[in-house]
Design a protein around this ligand. Structure first.
Ligand code: ATP
Ligand code: MG
Length: 419
């Protein structure tokens, strides 16, 4: 049994609070040079140094040592308090003996022990001040990016049935497979979201449950996130349309930064139209994939969408147009007409494969996973690669359809609409 009373760091803390802490600590030893935890990892525990020294190191500062901690010092408190990933790496400077307290026990203790909670807060405040001045020395006052920043990609269309949800599932799967990173699909189609069905999941909890939590925390997120067998996580839409009112723009403004810190790619599916929560999602997005079909009404709505973005002061938001259903029986416009009308080239085209798509969707299967060699699966794979590399897929992989001669008369219709 360890008695913390003898450590100066805990002087002045009432005995009964210390004995509560003593009852939940677990001893741990590390050899010199071993990493105790690494920057960016989940924050699982709080540590007290019993013997030896621990170096706290900032990876993005080329391994700058922030502090060397000795017997009686503690570390790891920040991550377990705000449940965010580790913001620095802890390494054993020599052989070290530690006392470890799991995050959940630590938070419960903070709630019960006011003196202990105050001691931890004072340490966090002091370290924060020290780190800011060190940062200013290192970077001449220029702030560096501290928290992991995943990319938020919003998929949308102003025309229903354009293949937004199908694209979300297939791209989510391909992003996870190709990048090996963590991917979260968010069903922002808040009234009639389909992603759980399309991924063959029966959600016990949904975004509506998260919206009713008193505080949006990582623990609350863990309770509602679904881990699918395709390697992506899913935040499902409410089971009943009337719960959609809970999922306001403000809710997503809080949720997305938390997801960025935890995932490499956040893919948000949305329903057609500009209603809530789409404006907030667009404001939070790093980029938009806009799905349009090669039909006149779809092209008109895509153009109107660009106008809405301009009104929202979001003209700088990167919008990638994806032509879905290219080469299909219902194609009435060719790529040239579409691109000319949009004023930008399309990012990629997805060929039309109605039978395979419908069959996979209704079975709750992801086509890219089941039949990766299909043309349509290869098109999704090329888009995912482009998103990872930050480059548009090469022309060969955009697979522009050729346009039947008899459709040229449609140009007149397009011209008449000012398209
Ligand atoms: N490339 C494609 N080829 C053929 N069919 C497709 C393709 N992409 C999607 N579909 C089909 O189009 C239909 C609508 O797809 P999906 O549900 O993904 O669209 P959505 O834009 O999410 O629709 P909603 O507006 O209802 O949310 C589905 O039946 C799907 O299988
Ligand atoms: Mg949909």
């Amino acid at each position: 049994m360890v008695h913390l009373k003898s450590l100066p760091t805990f002087a002045g803390i009432p005995e009964e609070e210390l004995s509560q802490l003593e009852s939940i600590i677990q001893p741990e030893t590390h050899r010199a040079g071993r990493v105790i935890f690494r920057q960016g990892e989940e924050s699982e525990a709080f540590y007290i140094v019993l013997a030896g020294e621990v170096a706290i190191v900032k990876d993005e500062w080329g391994g700058t040592t922030l502090q060397v901690l000795g017997p009686g010092d503690f570390f790891g408190e920040m991550g377990v308090v705000d449940q965010a990933p580790r913001c620095a790496t802890a390494r054993a400077a020599g052989d070290v003996s530690l006392l470890k307290v799991l995050g959940t026990d630590f938070r419960a203790l903070l709630a019960r022990s006011p003196s202990f909670a105050l001691r931890i807060m004072a340490t966090i405040a002091r370290r924060n001040r020290e780190n800011v001045s060190l940062e200013e020395r290192e970077w001449g006052g220029v702030k560096s990016e501290k928290v992991h920043q995943g990319k938020v990609t919003v998929l949308c269309s102003m025309t229903g049935g354009s293949g937004v949800s199908t694209a979300a599932c297939n791209l989510g799967y391909e992003l996870a497979r190709q990048s090996g990173g963590r991917v979260c699909l968010v069903d922002g189609s808040v009234e009639f979201g389909d992603l759980a069905l399309m991924l063959d999941m029966v959600p016990a909890a949904t975004l509506a449950h998260l919206a009713q939590e008193p505080v949006m925390s990582l623990e609350a997120l863990e309770r509602v996130v679904l881990h699918t067998d395709s390697g992506v996580d899913l935040l499902a839409a409410p089971l009943k349309p009337e719960q959609a009112d809970l999922l306001t723009g403000e809710f997503f403004r809080q949720l997305l930064p938390m997801l960025r810190a935890r995932y490499d790619h956040v893919i948000v599916d949305t329903s057609h139209g500009m209603q809530e929560p789409l404006p907030a999602l667009l404001e939070e997005a790093d980029r938009v994939l806009y799905l349009l079909t090669p039909r006149l009404h779809s092209l008109k709505n895509a153009r109107l969408f660009l106008g809405v973005l301009a009104q929202m002061d979001l003209s700088d938001l990167p919008v990638h147009f994806i032509l879905n259903g290219a080469g299909g029986a219902t194609q009435s416009l060719d790529t040239g007409t579409i691109e000319q009308s949009l004023g930008v080239p399309c990012y990629a085209a997805i060929p039309s494969e109605p039978a395979a798509m419908a069959e996979a969707t209704d079975r709750g299967a992801i086509l890219c996973r089941e039949e990766p060699m299909r043309e349509v699966s290869r098109a999704f794979a090329a888009i995912a690669r482009g998103l990872i590399d930050g480059k548009r897929p090469p022309a060969a992989e955009r697979r522009w359809p050729t346009r039947p001669r008899w459709l040229r008369s449609l140009d007149r219709g397009a011209a008449a609409m000012g398209l």
